[in-house]
Design a protein around this ligand. Sequence first.
Ligand SMILES: [Zn+2]
Length: 246
Amino acid sequence: MIDSHTHLDACRQPLSELLARAEAVGVDRLVTVGTDPASCAAALAAADRHPSVWAAIGCHPNHAELLDEEQLRRDAAHPRCVAIGETGLDYYRDGAPREAQMRAFEFQIALAQQLDKALVIHTRDAAEDTLTLLGERAAGVRVVLHCFSMPERLEDCVAAGWWISFAGNVTYPKNAALAEAATRVPPERLLVETDAPYLAPQSQRGKPNEPAAVHETATFVAEQRGVAYAELERQLDAGAASLYAW
Ligand SMILES: [Zn+2]
């Protein structure tokens, strides 16, 4: 099983213990995601030390004003970096001016294109602008919508050929529309993630999340789709391999 999006450096527990607990439930690969210069350095250090860990290198929209293009370009060229991001637009928290978010987003789309790496998208209360910019600029880029949260736009995203990654919130009872969307993603475009330490799945809700919990989210998604866990795992492994090219 793969945790396609996690933040190991933010989990506040020893990395070796997080990875051991993940491995104990069959999570043998994960992508740890940088959101600012310090977390990108931490992601690459973890990926260098642990064969099961790969890095995504990016500048989160909330930190868009910290964008250091040259540093990001250097980090992104690292052989253990499989994706650029998370990047995108966040009009919910508005942690940075929208022009800065847009600039950082455009830079990272172009970087993913140049380096032929996947592009990890964060979007919150900004679906229209995010989808428009991707449609205009991300032709040929392998895009993944992390913590997918716009079931009403699923058809557009699938038609664009993007990967759809579900986090622990898909298991929340009030998110029935999201759970239903998880049944409509083609198997080759489906992923699951923890986004740890955030968004723990239902049984752990409100507690700090960690990569091992992707097992619960995957179990839930398998049930929704009516496939055995092992079958879903094969599909997710193949989908992640084509997205991250590892
Ligand atoms: Zn994230």
